[in-house]
Design a protein around this ligand. Structure first.
Ligand SMILES: [Zn+2]
Ligand SMILES: [Zn+2]
Ligand SMILES: [Zn+2]
Length: 244
């Protein structure tokens, strides 16, 4: 829901710490003069302006829940002026969800002006984008199959509460693991902090960053309780990473 959460006056929602202001989860990868995002959240426009984003070359979708797709219409400035078609990738349920929610984008007969120019691709295996290989990593978000992505020695896994056994070998030798840690209280489709820490223990990345964090977790107080190689993500966090 984002932090502050609308209407909430809890201590995290009223916190003056800028780390406690969280838009919906997404990452931007910049390499070889390209820009690829994972998910287009309802905050995409604000996030793109904040990041001075001046181009967009592809979108990878983890799944089609509202908090991960609703910014799709706002990619128009990257495609309309020059007719550039932006490729979008996801598993079958994700692409079907996009086609349902954004029917007017895919219909091809929208009479009211511009729609984002996109080409959808269902992926079942690795996809190479501009020289960087993205390996889909299947995780379970309740009953829904969600894709995480591994690129180089980094993996981004948001929105899950179970990693199926066949996905673990894809997570060997990570420098950085991003993973879901919603809150302390149990949730039917997301990881708790304790559960996420167990996965970190099992996967053994050099560093882990928790994401998809609800307003239950204050940034500073939660970080102070975590092992030193584990930290909460925060908005505009930047990392330089090696991908080979
Ligand atoms: Zn709150
Ligand atoms: Zn979700
Ligand atoms: Zn989500």
């Amino acid at each position: 829901m984002g932090v502050p959460t609308i209407g909430c006056r809890c201590h995290v929602c009223v916190s003056p710490d800028p780390h406690d202001k969280r838009t919906r989860p997404s990452i931007l990868l910049r390499y070889e003069d390209r820009a690829v995002v994972v998910d287009t959240t309802p905050d995409f426009r604000f996030q793109a302006l904040r990041a001075n984003l001046d181009r967009l070359d592809a979108v990878l979708y983890t799944h089609s829940h509202a908090d991960h797709i609703l910014g799709l219409d706002d990619i128009r400035p990257f495609s309309l002026p020059n007719g550039k078609i932006i490729p979008v990738y996801g598993n079958r349920p994700a692409i079907e969800g996009l086609r349902r929610v954004f029917k007017y984008v895919f219909d091809g007969n929208y009479p009211y002006g511009g729609v984002p120019l996109i080409q959808d691709h269902i992926i079942n295996g690795p996809v190479e984008l501009f020289g960087l290989n993205f390996l889909p990593v299947q995780v379970l978000h309740g009953r829904l199959e969600v894709l995480g992505f591994r690129f180089g020695r980094v993996a981004y896994l948001t929105d899950f509460n179970k990693i199926p056994e066949p996905s673990y070998p894809l997570l060997h030798g990570l420098d950085v693991l991003f993973l879901d840690a919603l809150r302390h209280e149990a949730h039917p489709t997301h990881m708790t902090v304790a559960e996420a820490l167990q996965e970190v223990e099992k996967i053994q990345p050099r560093q882990a960053f928790f994401t998809h964090i609800a307003h239950d977790l204050g940034h500073e107080v939660t970080n102070a309780s975590l092992p030193e190689q584990v930290r909460l993500c925060y908005d505009v966090m930047r990392l330089e990473i090696e991908t080979d």
